[in-house]
Write a protein that binds this ligand. Structure first.
Ligand code: PBG
Length: 333
Protein backbone atom coordinates (compact mmCIF):
# COMPACT_ATOMS: atom_id res chain seq x y z
CA UNK A 1 0.00 0.00 0.00
CA UNK A 2 1.36 3.42 -0.96
CA UNK A 3 0.29 5.98 1.60
CA UNK A 4 1.45 9.59 1.41
CA UNK A 5 0.73 10.16 5.05
CA UNK A 6 1.74 7.77 7.77
CA UNK A 7 1.26 9.65 11.07
CA UNK A 8 2.44 6.53 12.90
CA UNK A 9 6.00 7.32 11.74
CA UNK A 10 6.06 9.98 14.44
CA UNK A 11 4.97 7.55 17.15
CA UNK A 12 7.59 4.87 16.65
CA UNK A 13 9.92 5.50 19.59
CA UNK A 14 10.14 7.40 22.84
CA UNK A 15 12.65 9.96 21.52
CA UNK A 16 10.51 10.65 18.43
CA UNK A 17 7.35 10.97 20.51
CA UNK A 18 9.21 13.35 22.83
CA UNK A 19 10.24 15.53 19.89
CA UNK A 20 6.69 16.05 18.73
CA UNK A 21 5.00 16.35 22.15
CA UNK A 22 2.87 19.49 22.04
CA UNK A 23 2.05 20.15 25.68
CA UNK A 24 4.30 20.56 28.68
CA UNK A 25 3.38 19.82 32.26
CA UNK A 26 5.82 20.82 35.01
CA UNK A 27 5.58 20.93 38.81
CA UNK A 28 5.93 24.71 38.41
CA UNK A 29 2.49 24.83 36.77
CA UNK A 30 0.79 23.43 39.86
CA UNK A 31 -0.82 25.01 42.92
CA UNK A 32 -1.50 22.84 45.96
CA UNK A 33 -4.76 23.54 47.88
CA UNK A 34 -4.32 23.09 51.64
CA UNK A 35 -6.90 22.89 54.44
CA UNK A 36 -5.68 24.61 57.58
CA UNK A 37 -6.88 23.55 61.02
CA UNK A 38 -6.01 24.64 64.55
CA UNK A 39 -3.63 22.93 66.95
CA UNK A 40 -0.08 21.71 66.62
CA UNK A 41 1.33 18.67 64.85
CA UNK A 42 -2.16 17.90 63.53
CA UNK A 43 -2.59 15.88 60.32
CA UNK A 44 -6.27 15.10 60.34
CA UNK A 45 -7.18 12.76 57.44
CA UNK A 46 -10.09 13.86 55.27
CA UNK A 47 -12.22 10.79 54.66
CA UNK A 48 -13.85 12.11 51.49
CA UNK A 49 -10.38 12.80 50.01
CA UNK A 50 -7.98 9.92 50.67
CA UNK A 51 -4.40 11.15 51.01
CA UNK A 52 -5.45 14.72 51.94
CA UNK A 53 -5.36 16.17 55.44
CA UNK A 54 -6.44 19.14 57.49
CA UNK A 55 -3.08 20.47 58.63
CA UNK A 56 -2.13 22.63 61.59
CA UNK A 57 -0.02 25.68 60.79
CA UNK A 58 3.31 24.05 61.71
CA UNK A 59 2.46 21.14 59.39
CA UNK A 60 1.56 23.55 56.56
CA UNK A 61 4.99 25.11 56.92
CA UNK A 62 6.63 21.69 56.64
CA UNK A 63 4.42 20.76 53.71
CA UNK A 64 5.63 23.85 51.85
CA UNK A 65 9.21 22.78 52.32
CA UNK A 66 8.39 19.45 50.65
CA UNK A 67 6.48 21.22 47.88
CA UNK A 68 9.35 23.61 47.17
CA UNK A 69 11.77 20.70 46.91
CA UNK A 70 9.40 19.12 44.41
CA UNK A 71 9.22 22.31 42.36
CA UNK A 72 5.72 23.36 43.43
CA UNK A 73 5.95 26.99 44.52
CA UNK A 74 2.33 27.93 45.18
CA UNK A 75 -0.32 26.98 47.73
CA UNK A 76 -3.95 27.96 48.10
CA UNK A 77 -5.18 28.04 51.70
CA UNK A 78 -8.65 27.20 53.02
CA UNK A 79 -9.59 27.59 56.68
CA UNK A 80 -11.34 24.82 58.62
CA UNK A 81 -13.37 26.83 61.07
CA UNK A 82 -15.57 25.16 63.70
CA UNK A 83 -16.45 28.73 64.71
CA UNK A 84 -19.31 29.81 62.49
CA UNK A 85 -22.08 32.37 62.77
CA UNK A 86 -24.61 34.20 60.61
CA UNK A 87 -22.27 37.12 59.88
CA UNK A 88 -19.18 35.14 58.88
CA UNK A 89 -17.06 37.44 61.07
CA UNK A 90 -14.44 34.79 61.87
CA UNK A 91 -13.41 35.16 58.23
CA UNK A 92 -11.72 38.51 58.91
CA UNK A 93 -10.36 37.92 62.40
CA UNK A 94 -6.73 39.05 62.24
CA UNK A 95 -5.86 36.32 64.75
CA UNK A 96 -7.78 33.73 62.73
CA UNK A 97 -6.24 30.60 61.26
CA UNK A 98 -5.56 31.87 57.77
CA UNK A 99 -3.81 35.14 58.64
CA UNK A 100 -1.73 33.32 61.26
CA UNK A 101 -0.84 30.63 58.75
CA UNK A 102 0.14 33.18 56.09
CA UNK A 103 2.39 35.01 58.57
CA UNK A 104 4.05 31.77 59.67
CA UNK A 105 4.64 30.72 56.07
CA UNK A 106 6.09 34.07 55.07
CA UNK A 107 8.64 33.93 57.90
CA UNK A 108 9.99 30.54 56.85
CA UNK A 109 9.32 30.45 53.09
CA UNK A 110 8.93 34.05 51.89
CA UNK A 111 9.21 32.99 48.26
CA UNK A 112 6.17 30.67 48.23
CA UNK A 113 3.23 32.18 46.33
CA UNK A 114 0.63 32.13 49.11
CA UNK A 115 -2.94 32.36 47.88
CA UNK A 116 -5.94 32.59 50.19
CA UNK A 117 -9.53 31.67 49.50
CA UNK A 118 -11.95 34.53 49.99
CA UNK A 119 -15.56 33.44 50.55
CA UNK A 120 -17.65 33.13 53.68
CA UNK A 121 -18.79 29.49 53.45
CA UNK A 122 -16.36 27.92 55.98
CA UNK A 123 -17.37 30.62 58.47
CA UNK A 124 -21.17 30.80 58.12
CA UNK A 125 -23.66 28.53 59.91
CA UNK A 126 -25.76 28.19 56.74
CA UNK A 127 -22.73 27.29 54.58
CA UNK A 128 -23.24 29.94 51.91
CA UNK A 129 -20.41 31.98 50.42
CA UNK A 130 -22.33 35.15 51.17
CA UNK A 131 -24.59 36.71 53.78
CA UNK A 132 -28.20 35.54 53.91
CA UNK A 133 -30.99 38.04 54.55
CA UNK A 134 -34.61 36.89 54.30
CA UNK A 135 -33.70 33.61 52.64
CA UNK A 136 -31.59 35.28 49.95
CA UNK A 137 -27.84 35.48 49.42
CA UNK A 138 -27.38 39.24 49.31
CA UNK A 139 -24.76 40.59 46.95
CA UNK A 140 -23.57 44.05 47.98
CA UNK A 141 -23.45 43.43 51.74
CA UNK A 142 -21.46 40.27 51.02
CA UNK A 143 -18.99 42.19 48.87
CA UNK A 144 -18.28 44.50 51.84
CA UNK A 145 -17.57 41.50 54.04
CA UNK A 146 -15.32 39.97 51.38
CA UNK A 147 -13.30 43.20 51.19
CA UNK A 148 -12.64 42.97 54.94
CA UNK A 149 -11.59 39.34 54.54
CA UNK A 150 -9.30 40.18 51.62
CA UNK A 151 -7.66 43.03 53.56
CA UNK A 152 -7.11 40.79 56.55
CA UNK A 153 -5.29 38.26 54.32
CA UNK A 154 -3.32 40.96 52.49
CA UNK A 155 -2.16 42.47 55.79
CA UNK A 156 -0.93 39.04 56.82
CA UNK A 157 1.17 38.91 53.64
CA UNK A 158 -0.84 36.85 51.14
CA UNK A 159 0.53 37.16 47.60
CA UNK A 160 -2.78 36.51 45.87
CA UNK A 161 -6.33 36.89 47.11
CA UNK A 162 -8.61 34.28 45.56
CA UNK A 163 -12.31 35.24 45.71
CA UNK A 164 -14.36 32.09 45.10
CA UNK A 165 -17.77 33.46 46.02
CA UNK A 166 -19.18 34.51 42.61
CA UNK A 167 -20.78 37.74 43.91
CA UNK A 168 -21.13 40.50 41.31
CA UNK A 169 -18.57 43.29 41.45
CA UNK A 170 -16.37 41.75 44.11
CA UNK A 171 -13.16 41.82 42.10
CA UNK A 172 -13.41 45.58 41.53
CA UNK A 173 -14.34 46.24 45.15
CA UNK A 174 -11.48 44.08 46.47
CA UNK A 175 -9.00 45.74 44.08
CA UNK A 176 -10.10 49.15 45.30
CA UNK A 177 -9.89 48.15 48.97
CA UNK A 178 -6.43 46.67 48.49
CA UNK A 179 -5.13 49.74 46.66
CA UNK A 180 -6.64 52.15 49.17
CA UNK A 181 -4.84 50.35 51.98
CA UNK A 182 -1.38 50.14 50.46
CA UNK A 183 -1.61 46.64 48.96
CA UNK A 184 -1.10 47.52 45.31
CA UNK A 185 1.20 44.51 44.92
CA UNK A 186 -1.30 41.97 46.20
CA UNK A 187 -2.75 40.06 43.24
CA UNK A 188 -6.25 38.78 42.55
CA UNK A 189 -6.83 35.26 41.31
CA UNK A 190 -10.51 35.46 40.43
CA UNK A 191 -12.75 32.41 40.37
CA UNK A 192 -14.41 33.95 37.34
CA UNK A 193 -16.34 31.05 35.82
CA UNK A 194 -17.30 28.89 38.75
CA UNK A 195 -20.10 26.43 38.12
CA UNK A 196 -22.75 25.08 40.49
CA UNK A 197 -21.16 21.64 40.44
CA UNK A 198 -21.64 18.34 42.24
CA UNK A 199 -17.88 17.87 42.12
CA UNK A 200 -17.35 20.06 45.20
CA UNK A 201 -18.93 17.40 47.45
CA UNK A 202 -15.71 16.03 49.01
CA UNK A 203 -14.42 19.58 49.67
CA UNK A 204 -17.60 20.51 51.50
CA UNK A 205 -17.16 17.33 53.54
CA UNK A 206 -13.61 18.42 54.40
CA UNK A 207 -14.69 21.86 55.63
CA UNK A 208 -18.18 21.03 56.92
CA UNK A 209 -19.39 23.77 54.59
CA UNK A 210 -22.31 22.24 52.68
CA UNK A 211 -25.34 24.58 52.52
CA UNK A 212 -27.47 23.38 55.40
CA UNK A 213 -29.93 25.88 56.83
CA UNK A 214 -33.72 25.74 56.44
CA UNK A 215 -33.71 29.53 56.17
CA UNK A 216 -31.51 29.56 53.05
CA UNK A 217 -31.38 27.76 49.70
CA UNK A 218 -29.89 24.23 49.78
CA UNK A 219 -27.78 24.89 46.70
CA UNK A 220 -25.61 27.68 45.29
CA UNK A 221 -27.40 28.09 41.97
CA UNK A 222 -28.26 31.77 42.50
CA UNK A 223 -24.57 32.70 42.36
CA UNK A 224 -22.58 29.82 40.83
CA UNK A 225 -23.09 29.21 37.11
CA UNK A 226 -25.34 26.78 35.26
CA UNK A 227 -23.22 23.88 33.89
CA UNK A 228 -24.98 24.27 30.55
CA UNK A 229 -23.47 27.70 29.82
CA UNK A 230 -20.32 28.88 28.11
CA UNK A 231 -21.11 32.36 26.72
CA UNK A 232 -21.95 33.40 30.24
CA UNK A 233 -18.48 32.25 31.35
CA UNK A 234 -16.89 34.59 28.81
CA UNK A 235 -18.97 37.45 30.15
CA UNK A 236 -17.94 36.71 33.75
CA UNK A 237 -14.29 36.55 32.72
CA UNK A 238 -14.53 39.83 30.76
CA UNK A 239 -16.06 41.57 33.78
CA UNK A 240 -13.41 40.26 36.17
CA UNK A 241 -10.60 41.40 33.86
CA UNK A 242 -12.22 44.81 33.56
CA UNK A 243 -12.48 45.00 37.35
CA UNK A 244 -8.79 44.22 37.77
CA UNK A 245 -8.34 40.45 38.05
CA UNK A 246 -4.71 39.41 37.47
CA UNK A 247 -5.55 35.77 36.76
CA UNK A 248 -8.94 34.28 35.86
CA UNK A 249 -10.08 30.81 36.78
CA UNK A 250 -12.41 28.17 35.41
CA UNK A 251 -13.76 25.69 37.93
CA UNK A 252 -14.21 22.72 37.92
CA UNK A 253 -11.75 21.68 35.21
CA UNK A 254 -12.63 18.29 33.75
CA UNK A 255 -16.24 18.74 32.76
CA UNK A 256 -15.36 22.28 31.57
CA UNK A 257 -12.33 21.80 29.32
CA UNK A 258 -14.21 23.55 26.50
CA UNK A 259 -14.71 26.56 28.75
CA UNK A 260 -10.98 26.70 29.55
CA UNK A 261 -10.27 26.57 25.82
CA UNK A 262 -12.81 29.31 25.04
CA UNK A 263 -11.39 31.59 27.74
CA UNK A 264 -7.84 30.92 26.53
CA UNK A 265 -8.77 31.85 22.97
CA UNK A 266 -10.74 34.95 23.84
CA UNK A 267 -8.50 36.65 26.43
CA UNK A 268 -4.82 37.46 26.88
CA UNK A 269 -4.55 37.00 30.62
CA UNK A 270 -3.19 34.02 32.57
CA UNK A 271 -5.80 31.30 32.98
CA UNK A 272 -6.06 28.99 35.98
CA UNK A 273 -8.16 25.84 36.27
CA UNK A 274 -9.24 24.06 39.43
CA UNK A 275 -9.03 20.26 39.32
CA UNK A 276 -11.56 20.01 42.17
CA UNK A 277 -12.13 17.62 45.05
CA UNK A 278 -14.71 15.44 43.27
CA UNK A 279 -12.37 14.97 40.32
CA UNK A 280 -9.66 13.93 42.76
CA UNK A 281 -11.97 11.61 44.72
CA UNK A 282 -13.25 9.82 41.58
CA UNK A 283 -9.74 8.89 40.51
CA UNK A 284 -8.81 7.74 44.02
CA UNK A 285 -11.97 5.63 44.30
CA UNK A 286 -11.54 3.96 40.92
CA UNK A 287 -7.85 3.33 41.64
CA UNK A 288 -8.71 1.80 45.00
CA UNK A 289 -10.94 -0.67 43.19
CA UNK A 290 -8.20 -1.43 40.71
CA UNK A 291 -10.22 0.00 37.82
CA UNK A 292 -7.78 2.69 36.71
CA UNK A 293 -4.06 3.21 37.25
CA UNK A 294 -3.88 6.23 39.53
CA UNK A 295 -0.51 7.59 38.41
CA UNK A 296 -1.34 7.44 34.73
CA UNK A 297 -4.85 8.79 35.31
CA UNK A 298 -3.73 11.84 37.24
CA UNK A 299 -1.07 12.82 34.73
CA UNK A 300 -3.45 12.28 31.82
CA UNK A 301 -6.02 14.52 33.50
CA UNK A 302 -3.50 17.27 34.27
CA UNK A 303 -2.22 17.11 30.69
CA UNK A 304 -5.76 17.48 29.39
CA UNK A 305 -6.24 20.63 31.46
CA UNK A 306 -2.96 22.10 30.18
CA UNK A 307 -3.85 21.10 26.62
CA UNK A 308 -7.21 22.87 26.98
CA UNK A 309 -5.26 26.06 27.68
CA UNK A 310 -4.72 26.46 31.42
CA UNK A 311 -1.46 28.10 32.46
CA UNK A 312 -1.74 26.93 36.05
CA UNK A 313 -3.69 24.19 37.76
CA UNK A 314 -4.91 23.93 41.32
CA UNK A 315 -4.86 20.24 42.14
CA UNK A 316 -4.86 17.92 45.14
CA UNK A 317 -2.64 15.75 42.92
CA UNK A 318 0.08 18.44 42.89
CA UNK A 319 2.44 16.49 45.14
CA UNK A 320 1.88 13.14 43.41
CA UNK A 321 2.17 14.72 39.99
CA UNK A 322 5.35 16.63 40.86
CA UNK A 323 6.90 13.45 42.25
CA UNK A 324 6.03 11.50 39.10
CA UNK A 325 7.15 14.28 36.76
CA UNK A 326 10.49 14.51 38.51
CA UNK A 327 10.99 10.75 38.29
CA UNK A 328 10.19 10.88 34.60
CA UNK A 329 12.17 14.04 33.84
CA UNK A 330 14.68 13.51 31.04
CA UNK A 331 13.32 10.05 30.25
CA UNK A 332 11.64 9.21 26.96
CA UNK A 333 8.00 8.20 27.05
C1 PBG B 1 -16.25 27.79 48.33
C2 PBG B 1 -15.31 26.93 47.58
C3 PBG B 1 -15.64 25.66 47.15
C4 PBG B 1 -14.49 25.14 46.54
C5 PBG B 1 -13.49 26.11 46.61
N1 PBG B 1 -14.04 27.23 47.26
C6 PBG B 1 -16.88 24.88 47.30
C7 PBG B 1 -18.18 25.49 47.01
O1 PBG B 1 -18.31 26.42 46.21
O2 PBG B 1 -19.14 25.01 47.60
C8 PBG B 1 -14.41 23.77 45.95
C9 PBG B 1 -13.08 23.19 45.77
C10 PBG B 1 -13.08 21.71 45.54
O3 PBG B 1 -14.13 21.05 45.41
O4 PBG B 1 -11.99 21.16 45.50
N2 PBG B 1 -16.09 29.11 48.33
Amino acid sequence: MELTHRPRRLRRTGPVRSLIRETELCPQHLIYPIFVTKGEHVRDPINTMPGQFRLSIDEVVQECEILLKLGVGAVNLFGYSPEKDETGKFAWDTEGLIPRCVRALKVVHPEVCVQTDVALDPYTTHGHDGLVFGGEIVNDETVEALCQMALCHAEAGADWIAPSDMMDGRVGAIREALDANGFANTGILAYSAKYASCFYGPFRGALGSAPKSDAAPKDKKTYQMDPANVREALKEVALDIEEGADVVMVKPALAYLDVIRAVREEFDVPVAAYNVSGEYAMVCAAAEKGWVEKDRALLEILFSIRRAGADMILSYFAKDAATLLREQYGKFA
